[in-house]
Design a binder for this molecule. Structure first.
Ligand SMILES: [Zn+2]
Length: 422
């Protein structure tokens, strides 16, 4: 028990330190890392020795110092290996390849047919995508340290199982093993809420925010939470299914089979329903099978002051604010990020209307404390977050960071401490 806890703390500290490199995108000295993380210098030199030993960090010259010895600069070793991030959405499978500094090397997208989709079809498209990005980047498969795959719906991460996907009626599908068998690399399975939240926490609008709430707005809707810089998962990994909480008693039917869910009002289908209600003959209703085009045309019309389009966004923002009000009252977050497809298209307009409506649904004190923001990530929060899960998985690998590696790095640690005591 004691060992387990020491190991968990070590793991958290390692992520806390590595996050600083992504946040700033510059080389850092051990002294910088100690002061930024609040960790002791001994802990920092211990962790950096281990990461240098594993090739995750590299020495990157020296920082000038007045008087004493120059201090070694450290940075991420982008060439140490590549990471794959896959976003299995309701309408497409997006596969991205990143280097270790999470710079995008290649991307490949495959469309998913509407209606019933089998696990085998998804595995096939992932395999195609991974081969395509490796070909584009001209890298061998052996260079990949791992793949993170996001599957919509409920995912039990430890078991690597898609417990329930409302879109395709999947139940208890062992997706991690099915994918790993085909890719021949370590695979880490999670869902879009967790992946988006991790991406915002590591690289996006949620850096250093605590508590952080990340709201995912696309066909599916949900919220991710991070407390103390760590994702909150709940007992069985299902925390965040806010999209299927009731917003309107006896309201619109939802895909989950219940009535009045948040998703039925603020998801893509919800926006279409609001449009149908406000303007039953609107030509945009012909585009319900082309979500991106529908949303971008809605945004373009709203920008010209079109009454129907501005009305749809205002209504949607009203529903969204009512649903977000509960999250703000319950969790008292520092930052609330709106992200993914709908936020990407409707952007500032949706943000402005939502912010204006939020006061009607939130207590004044938590409202004044929260910062409501749009995601600052490019259009790939989910695949980027999935790649970050693969990186976490690599860092958790006991062959890379086990007791043997710790013994190996003891010499390096002693050397670093000697340099610091100048
Ligand atoms: Zn529902």
């Amino acid at each position: 028990m004691v060992n387990r806890r020491a190991q968990d703390i070590r793991r958290l500290n390692r992520f806390e330190m590595l996050r600083r490199f992504y946040a700033a995108d510059t080389a850092k000295t051990r002294q910088d890392l100690a002061s930024e993380t609040g960790l002791s210098f001994a802990t920092v030199s211990n962790l950096t020795a281990e990461l240098l030993d594993a090739g995750v960090l590299v020495e990157a010259g020296h920082a000038g110092s007045s008087g004493g010895r120059p201090r070694a600069l450290l940075n991420l070793n982008a060439q140490r290996g590549a990471l794959v991030g896959v976003d299995v959405g309701e309408t497409s499978v997006r596969t991205e390849l990143f280097d270790l500094s999470l710079r995008e090397l290649a991307v490949h997208e495959e469309s998913l047919a509407r209606g019933e989709v089998t696990p085998e079809q998804v595995v096939e498209l992932i395999e195609t995508g991974v081969q395509a990005v490796l070909d584009t980047a001209d890298l061998p498969r052996a260079h990949v340290l791992g793949a993170g795959v996001s599957i919509p719906g409920l995912v039990e991460r430890e078991r690597g199982v898609s417990a329930y996907s409302p879109y395709w009626a999947w139940r208890d599908v062992p997706m991690r093993d099915l994918i790993a068998e085909r890719l021949a690399m370590p695979v880490h399975l999670d869902n879009p809420l967790k992946a988006s939240t991790l991406a915002e926490l590591w690289f996006g609008a949620g850096r250093d925010a605590d508590p952080l709430v990340v709201v995912t707005l696309r066909s599916g809707v949900g919220a991710g939470f991070a407390f103390g810089g760590t994702l909150f998962r709940g007992l069985t990994d299902s925390a965040g299914e806010w999209g299927h909480t009731c917003l309107v008693l006896g309201g619109r039917p939802c895909r989950c089979g219940r009535l009045g869910c948040v998703e039925a009002y603020v998801g893509v289908n919800g926006i279409v329903e609001t449009l149908r209600y406000l303007a039953p003959d609107d030509p945009l209703l012909a585009l319900t099978r082309q979500e991106d085009r529908l949303l971008s045309e809605l945004a373009a019309r709203a920008a010209t002051g079109d009454a129907v389009a501005t009305g749809v966004i205002r209504e949607t923002a009203g529903y969204l604010a009512a649903a977000l009000g509960s999250l703000v009252n319950l969790l008292n977050p520092e930052v609330l990020v709106l992200g993914n497809q709908i936020a990407d298209h409707l952007g500032e307009h949706l943000l402005r209307d939502t912010r204006a409506a939020l006061a009607d649904h939130t207590l004044a004190q938590p409202l004044s404390a929260v910062s409501l923001r749009l995601s600052s990530l490019p259009h790939d929060a989910v695949s980027r977050g999935a790649a970050a899960f693969a990186f976490e998985g690599f860092l958790d690998d006991r062959d890379v960071f086990g007791p043997v590696s710790r013994a190996r790095s003891a010499r390096a640690r002693a050397k670093a401490e000697a340099i610091a005591e100048d």
